[in-house]
Design a protein around this ligand. Structure first.
Ligand SMILES: [Zn+2]
Length: 634
């Protein structure tokens, strides 16, 4: 596991002020003192409950309870691991981040496997490339010529050929010293009935898929003839996940324009680059995902122009993508991306069009692309208009209200309603009200969905925790109750020192906890405790990030637990819940000790010793009763 020095983490946190980090994703609409408010990027809402505390250098959502420092925010929003997030922020804020390898963690095993897969993919690309330019590649070269792919393009995109036969690549890589399990990891082989590995790509033109940094992560294979399937693509692997890449972004990201043109297939993207449209990328599949949108924004795009196929599937995909993007951009209020949707005349695909009509004609099509709201209006109209019967008003109304509910920009929504009003003979205000109604229903169901996803993530985390706990050293061990207790103690803030509310004996102690690491955190917490302010989460996080709980970064565990626990409605209720948890933890510890004592009593023959142990056991039992009473009294 890569370990980043604490001093580096501290510096990243010091430089990456929470306001600017979060500000890239969230627009702040209100400021009170040291707090900024905006719409939460993690859950669906209409009124801001997401806050950033400039003084504490943390963020917190009062709606979904997510909270953390700048590193935690990037981990959640960019779906990154802890070291990835530190590195990401370090790059942005000019802190060099170096990882110390300590080699103990099991993730280094995974890293090794990934490295091997990357090496295999590079070797394979070389093999395919050579094959294209060998005798065996003649048919493939002819096919490439037929598709008008220039030599320059073939080189630029590393296009190759997978020769016919079942084990060409397999034999080649075996000779290079890779074993079967590594080859299986690469996704380049399938397993035959007899257990042998056979080449996935056979007799196909091969297109390497690069990630945005230019590293090969997968391959696509195009059939040379009319046989089906036309395309075969690498499955998901250790280094490739569908829907997380944009083909051609490694080139498109360095163009001067901040516009990205998105097409469906890599052959389209390649044709466009060859014609000089170097800001084209391919979505690699019909469904455009929020991961791809995030990637586009990360690479600096401020406008996205889509080309969808004009067939039914393509048009359905356009609607789905529009809905997804509008919903994503509504959450990420700080990300400003203009979405436009283009159509190639006469239902051609972009590849054909650019070849037949030229690059200037294509650029004109891009220029005439519709804003997503205008596109949606046209869809509602065109889908429900029939030359003979005219406009189906009922269906048109339904579609308009649905599409309008996706538009979170009130001006665009009003414009759509005003346009529709003319066809429906209704007032624009009435239509807007209907859109809002649908929007509220949608938000409600999204909230439920968010919650469910959160719960699923939690339970997965716990499952992982249990798995890791089996291998983790004893020092790591933390029970769920102990974690809950620590979260509650931190939440109390200065109240914990208020003797009118909490008896001194009811303040958490190191000995309430079992594992070495959590004891260290509790000691740190008590030492840093400030009677006026308690201990801020941002401060505690720094200590947490030094240790592991049950094999997981303690910080991640802490916030996951914190996220899953609702904040009590009043301070008094917080105090009660804290005490309840404390008594429970103490009672459980008590029970364990009693079990141990009973065992000892059973096994001793020394009568004096037995008496001593019995007395101890009795005392413990009384203590246990007292805890029960105190808990019941709450
Ligand atoms: Zn939230």
């Amino acid at each position: 596991m890569a370990k980043i020095p604490q001093s580096t983490i501290d510096e990243v946190l010091a430089r990456a002020d929470i306001e600017s980090v979060v500000g890239r994703y969230v627009t702040f609409t209100k400021r009170t003192g040291q707090n900024l408010f905006g719409l939460c990027p993690f859950h669906s809402e209409k009124t801001p409950s997401f806050s950033v505390s400039i003084s504490k250098n943390i963020y917190k959502c009062f709606g979904c309870q997510k909270c953390g420092n700048a590193i935690g925010f990037i981990m959640d929003i960019e779906k990154m691991s802890f070291p990835e997030a530190v590195k990401y922020l370090g790059d942005q804020y000019g802190v060099p981040v170096e990882w110390e390898e300590d080699g103990k963690d099991n993730s280094s095993e995974l890293k090794k496997r990934k490295k091997r897969v990357e090496a295999i993919l590079t070797e394979a690309a070389g093999f395919y490339y050579k094959a294209l330019n060998s005798d065996a590649g003649k048919a493939a070269r002819e096919y490439a010529a037929k598709r008008q792919l220039s030599q320059k393009t073939l080189v630029k995109f590393g296009i190759g050929y997978a020769p016919d036969g079942f084990t060409n690549l397999y034999q080649y890589l075996k000779k290079k010293g890779y074993d079967d399990s590594e080859l299986k990891d690469s996704g380049l082989f399938t397993v035959a009935k007899n257990g042998n590995l056979i080449d996935l790509f056979r007799g196909r033109l091969i297109i390497p898929i690069f990630d945005f940094l230019g590293k090969i992560v997968a391959f696509g294979g195009r059939n040379l003839g009319p046989e089906l399937p036309k395309y075969v693509n690498s499955p998901d692997s250790l280094v490739y996940e569908k829907g997380k890449h944009l083909y051609g972004l490694n080139y498109a990201k360095s163009t001067k324009t901040k516009q990205l043109i998105i097409v469906e297939g890599y052959m389209d993207a390649i044709a466009m680059h060859q014609a000089g449209v170097d800001n084209a990328v391919a979505a690699l599949g019909t469904a455009f995902t929020d991961n791809q949108l995030r990637l586009a924004s990360k690479c600096g795009a401020d406008e996205i122009v889509f080309f969808f196929d004009s067939d039914k599937a393509g048009q359905a995909a356009a609607l789905r993508a529009s809905k997804m993007m509008l919903s994503y951009l509504r959450r990420m209020s700080g990300i400003k991306i203009r979405i436009r949707i283009a159509a190639v005349p006469n239902g051609k695909d972009p590849d054909e069009y650019i070849k037949n009509d030229g690059v200037e004609a294509f650029k004109a099509v891009v220029k005439s692309a519709k804003d997503v709201n205008d596109y949606l209006f046209s869809r509602a109209y065109d889908d429900n208009y029939d030359v003979e019967r005219g406009l189906d008003q009922t269906k048109f109304q339904e579609d308009i209200v649905t599409y309008g509910s996706w538009l979170f920009d009130p001006i665009k929504r009003e414009k759509m309603a005003a346009q529709a009003a003319q066809y429906l003979g209704a007032r624009a205000e009435t239509i807007i009200a209907a859109m809002e109604h649908v929007e509220d229903d949608d938000l409600e169901s999204k909230r439920t969905q968010d919650k469910r996803e959160q719960e699923k993530a939690d339970s997965e985390q716990i499952k992982q925790r249990i798995e890791n706990a089996a291998n983790a050293p004893k020092a790591d061990v933390v029970t769920r109750d102990e974690m809950e207790l620590l979260v509650r103690a931190v939440r109390l803030g200065p109240l914990l020192a208020d003797e009118s509310k909490i008896d001194r004996t009811d303040v958490i102690r190191k000995n309430d906890f079992t594992g070495h690491n959590i004891r260290e955190v509790v000691t740190y917490f008590l030492e840093s405790f400030d009677a006026q302010r308690g201990v801020s989460e941002a401060v505690l996080v720094n200590k947490l990030s030094e240790v592991m709980f049950n094999g997981i970064k303690a910080e991640v565990f802490f916030f996951k637990m914190s996220d899953s626990m609702p904040v009590e409605p009043t301070k008094d209720a917080e105090v009660d819940m804290y005490k309840k948890t404390l008594y429970l933890v103490r009672a459980k510890k008590c029970t364990q000790e009693m079990i141990k004592l009973r065992e000892l009593i059973r096994n001793t023959d020394d009568e004096a010793k037995k008496q001593e142990l019995m007395a101890k056991s009795e005392k413990l039992d009384k203590y246990y009763q007292k805890l029960q009473q105190k808990s019941d009294a709450l």
